[in-house]
Design a protein around this ligand. Structure first.
Ligand code: ADP
Ligand code: MG
Length: 358
């Protein structure tokens, strides 16, 4: 949608017919990520390839890269789709990460847990998202069952961090090599899923500055073209730990559609199409709340209540089936301060309870 707003024609490659992006495309190609004939057709149809989902096989991206620019590149995606490589990349380049161990067996898990010696989180190396593929462990916990429950060949075991808050920075890097960060936003997760984002984050100038500096350095180290999102834990003393990276627009940046001079989506398109980056200042503070499938428990939520609010922007993704934990949409309420967050939370409670109250 952002690309089309700049007058580009868009071809979508998806593995399932009628994927949500297909409805916005000039045309789409539906095939597996391994179908070379289809990938060739795709490469011939486009001037540049980008992605909004990092779990595309690296071989697919390399195949395309030999034919057409792919931004972000296969080498960046390779690292971001694998927690082991991502953690090692961050550590090797001097970025602060939680103490961790690479785990490939129940024995290594037992050793790792003992050597970390604290509450820890076991995370699958590949394909984890929204807190899925994670198991929380305490020293002495039984490791054989935990390892078989994870059902993954490789994992990271990391120290559970006692953070005061979480935040993220979305950094764009252009073809010319300029980097530009959106203001830092604060993120509140519930059950491992992003629940609320507050923009800008109520962090001291120095902490916010440092988070942006780290995000820019990561973008430069990667030489990424496009967006890179960096998730952080903020410790009680104000120091920062990098949690994870995403080489694409991010859920914590959805508020930029209404709050920022340039949305994260337009910024991504600008970067990958070789245009200059847009201004990242916020025109308004705001709070973004995710709408998970759980809200559909009492039937379709009461959208009219939200649509009647001034300064509230509702986005529904058109997913057919509402499942618990599934991101069905979000809304952003413009305004600043705790009272705005409270109002947004209260509205979200009300839209799911309207049937109950009747
Ligand atoms: P996902 O890919 O599912 O977003 P994350 O690693 O970001 O995976 O974990 C999801 C959430 O779980 C984090 O935002 C945070 O709230 C919590 N979490 C993850 N790792 C840690 C940790 N080491 N210490 C404390 N909380 C954590
Ligand atoms: Mg995360």
């Amino acid at each position: 949608m952002a690309a089309k707003s700049l007058g580009y024609r868009v071809v979508v490659y998806d593995t399932t017919p009628d994927g949500p992006a297909c409805s916005c495309a000039d045309f789409s190609i539906t095939d597996s990520f391994g179908d070379r004939e289809a990938l060739n057709r795709f490469a011939e149809a486009v001037d540049v390839v980008t992605l909004e989902f990092e779990n595309i096989p690296v071989e697919t991206l390399e195949f395309l890269e030999a034919r057409v620019p792919v931004r972000p590149s296969a080498s960046v995606v390779r690292i971001c789709q694998d927690r082991v490589l991502e953690k090692q990349f961050l550590q090797n380049n001097g970025f602060p990460v939680a103490p961790f161990r690479v785990i490939t067996s129940a024995e290594e898990l037992a050793k790792g847990l003992a050597s970390l010696g604290t509450a820890s989180i076991l995370k699958t190396a590949a394909l984890g998202y929204d807190g899925k593929g994670q198991i929380r462990l305490l020293p002495g916990d039984e490791c054989t069952a935990a390892w078989s429950q994870l059902a993954a060949p490789r994992a990271v075991l990391e120290k559970k961090i006692g953070f005061v808050t979480e935040c993220s920075v979305i950094c764009a890097r252009s073809l010319r090599g300029d980097t530009l960060c959106f203001p830092v936003q604060e993120n509140i997760h519930v059950g491992g899923i992003l629940d609320v984002t507050i923009a800008p984050a109520a962090l001291s100038f120095w902490v916010a500055e440092k988070a942006q500096q780290i995000a820019s350095s990561i973008a430069e180290k990667f030489g990424v073209i496009g967006l890179i999102t960096v998730e952080f834990f903020v410790l009680p003393d104000g120091s920062l730990v990098v949690n994870e990276l995403a080489p694409r627009p991010h859920n914590s940046g959805h508020h930029t559609l209404e709050t920022a001079m340039t949305s994260q989506f337009v910024q991504h398109v600008r970067a990958v199409c070789g245009l200059p980056l847009g201004p990242v200042e916020l025109r308004s503070s705001g709070v973004m709340l995710n709408l998970l499938g759980d809200l559909w428990g009492e039937g379709e939520p009461d959208w009219e209540l939200l649509l009647g609010q001034p300064n509230l922007f509702l986005h529904l993704y058109g997913k057919i089936e509402a499942k618990p934990g599934r991101k069905m949409g979000h809304f952003t309420l413009l305004g600043e301060g705790d009272s705005v967050t409270q109002k947004a939370l209260s509205l979200r409670r009300k839209i799911s309870q309207s049937d109950v109250m009747l």
